[in-house]
Design a protein around this ligand. Sequence first.
Ligand code: DC
Length: 224
Amino acid sequence: MKKPVIAIDGYSSTGKSSISKVIADKLGLIHLDTGALYRGITWFAIQNCMNEDSSIDLQKLFSYLDQIELEFRNSGNELILYLNHIDISKQIRTTEVSDNVSIVAKQKEVRDFLLQSQRSLAEKGGIIMDGRDIGTVVLPNADYKFFLTASIDERTNRRYFELAGMGIQADREQVKQNLTDRDKIDSEREIAPLRQAEDAIVIDNTELTKEETIDLILSHIQKI
Ligand code: DC
């Protein structure tokens, strides 16, 4: 029997990736955190394509795209992102990357660059992919689609503690501002904006624990 293809979209810090990882383990699926790919390209841009005013030289980035190789490698039960053979799993979570990623992710050249590889990974089934446009653009025919949302204060807390857990000190107000700004850019961009697919199941997990959210998603998958 072909294993399912599951799309998980939603706002920043709704737990999409950590929830998808557990569901992947439980159902024996591959998990792809597509946000990490956009963060990886942003990290590359910060290293190689900065203007003097600290903005990203997008034309330069586009001209370098074919030199970027992004790859996930297994380490224990963690997937570690490598950029041109260097582990960048920690770097992609820095506030510098968070502050620039939505501008990079808005660009058609960047989205086109990542689209085909995301689709080919799903061809054989057995995958759960989380992001912003998975149910609408990347995998419109996914077997199951979920859209996660939660209040901004709850999401701020989650991101703040996630950063603290990684040893990254952040200012709570700045974390909140970054989430608000990214949600706005991600939702209002022209190409593949963040929006709920018509056939997605919406889950507001403001008041739910991670485990409760996982159980709810699994109950839908088992029911259909
Ligand atoms: O899931 P995340 O917060 O790590 O994603 C980082 C950024 O990448 C997010 O602000 C928007 C962008 N992104 C996207 O545009 N499309 C995706 N499928 C995944 C992420």
